[in-house]
Design a protein. Structure first.
Length: 184
């Protein structure tokens, strides 16, 4: 089984999207579906204005370990896709606007609320998701013809993904995050 790693990972040139378990399957099943379809479908979950968007992290790979901790597994599981930031930008992805929600409502038209992530350091406990360095794209994101990298938890998960695609998953490579982070 040939395993490839995309050059430049960790250089800040990649955005990542993580999946989680859903009614249709576990996080690895959902990752396989994304690869099979070649599309990350947008979701309106936790998006203001009920407009479906794809959420991406601009966090460097080294910082992802802090985001993917067990306490956050209800939000993110260590299964996802990394894509070139320039490609995502060309497709319309942009950094979110971190701002207090009342301010966003005054400043932005309702059709732009999907761009906002609330921040309120005065709230108890403080509301601050800025460490995610989130980007969003309205609607769905078609994966690039080449260059998308699958992210999985372990080598066993990588083997599972290769098996599901008869040794050739439709991506540039598969990276087990435990190899980068150690146990997490």
């Amino acid at each position: 089984m040939k395993r490839r790693v995309l050059p430049g990972l960790g250089s800040g040139a990649m955005l990542s999207h993580f999946t989680r378990a859903s009614r249709s399957g576990d996080a690895l099943d959902n990752l396989a579906a994304i690869l099979r379809e070649g599309i990350i479908h947008g979701s309106a979950r936790m998006i203001r204005g009920r407009r479906a968007a794809v959420c991406l992290f601009d966090a460097p790979f080294g910082e992802l370990k802090e985001i993917l901790v067990r306490q956050n597994r209800h939000r993110y599981q260590p299964f996802g896709i990394a894509i070139d930031k320039r490609y995502a930008f060309r497709m319309g992805a942009r950094p979110v606007l971190y701002m207090p929600w009342p301010e966003a409502q005054r400043m932005l038209a309702e059709e732009e609320w999907w761009r906002v992530v609330a921040i309120d350091p005065e709230h108890n406990p403080p509301i601050d998701w800025s460490f995610e360095r989130e980007w969003r794209l309205l609607g769905d994101l078609k994966l690039p013809a080449s260059g998308a990298v699958a992210l999985v938890r372990t080598w066993g998960d990588a083997d599972d993904l290769y098996t599901r695609f008869e040794g050739a998953p439709p991506c540039a490579g598969v990276i087990p995050l435990a190899e980068l982070f150690g146990a997490f």
